[in-house]
Design a binder for this molecule. Structure first.
Ligand SMILES: [Zn+2]
Length: 287
């Protein structure tokens, strides 16, 4: 955290150094732009082929073949979800939250993509609809669907609570779900769990201290976030023990609700769509 009273005096030219305008780190104009209208047109006549109800304070896995859509929908009451995605055929290729944030910003919405880890770095899913896109940024700098948080986990809880043991943090929920889906021992499954897309969570950074904050999610039953699978996906979704994340997580005190995952097969794939190849860098790293 930046000190409120720094140890060092500002130099004579401090004001002019601070007045320099920022430049965007990764201008994304050179990335292939997803054809959102084309994706949405492919929803015409789609068929639901699977659904999974994720219980409150627990997680479930689901499969989405390339070229299919999936939706995460709020049911029963406001609830935040922590999403992990993997290449279904290779768990080493997984969602890369940090690079997705660097490319698309702190919070995702329609037209943004979820990118995979190195050395693959390619789009794994494209967000095709977001009923909360009206929210934008509020007066506190908060917005929904962030890629800045990590996932609630029992290790951080143990540190902050001086020894607390809580077993239904999203990290543990995702670990159990992946272990069950792939027949892995818990310790192996845990190594594949990664930083999430915080579905429906409303978050930001405080202006004065730069601290990560959360506030009650604006999500209501019927709201959804919809994705198109660019490659064969294995997903895992945890219905966070924080519920709508208005007060705390890592406990059983918040009101929690299930989340619905539905998978849809389009009658015809989006016009011109092809599953993206892995990244074109040759991997020689200068040797
Ligand atoms: Zn959580």
């Amino acid at each position: 955290m930046k000190p409120q009273s720094p140890d060092h005096l500002p130099p004579a030219d401090a004001a002019s150094r601070k007045a320099i305008s920022p430049v965007i780190c990764y201008p994304v104009e050179t990335l292939p732009k997803p054809d959102l209208a084309g994706y949405r047109a492919a929803r015409e006549g789609w068929q639901k082929v699977a659904e999974v109800l994720v219980p409150a304070r627990d997680a479930r896995c689901f499969d989405v073949p390339a070229g299919h859509f999936f939706r995460i929908t709020s049911v029963e009451g406001p609830q935040v979800g922590d999403l992990n995605l993997w290449n279904a055929a290779n768990l080493a290729e997984r969602f890369y939250s940090g690079k997705t944030r660097a490319l698309h910003g702190t919070h995702l919405s329609s037209g943004d993509r979820m990118w995979t880890s190195h050395p693959y770095l390619r789009p794994m899913a494209t967000i095709t609809d977001d009923t909360l896109d009206w929210y934008g940024f509020d007066a506190f700098g908060g917005a929904v669907h962030d890629v800045i948080g990590t996932r609630c986990d029992p290790y951080t809880h143990n540190l902050l609570s001086h020894g607390g043991q809580y077993h239904h943090c999203c990290h543990s929920n995702l670990t159990r779900a992946l272990a069950d889906a792939r027949g892995l021992p818990l310790d192996q499954a845990e190594g594949h769990v990664h930083d999430v897309l915080n579905v429906f969570m409303c978050t930001g950074f405080t202006r004065d201290t730069g601290q990560y904050f959360m506030k009650a999610s604006p999500v209501r039953p019927g709201d959804y976030l919809e994705f198109f699978a660019e490659i064969d996906l294995l997903g895992a979704l945890s219905a966070c023990p924080g519920g709508d994340c208005s007060s705390e997580h890592s406990s059983d005190t918040a009101a929690c609700h299930p989340l619905l995952v539905e998978v849809f097969r389009p009658a015809v794939p989006p016009t011109g769509w092809v599953s993206p190849p892995v990244n074109g860098y040759d991997g020689s790293h200068g040797r």
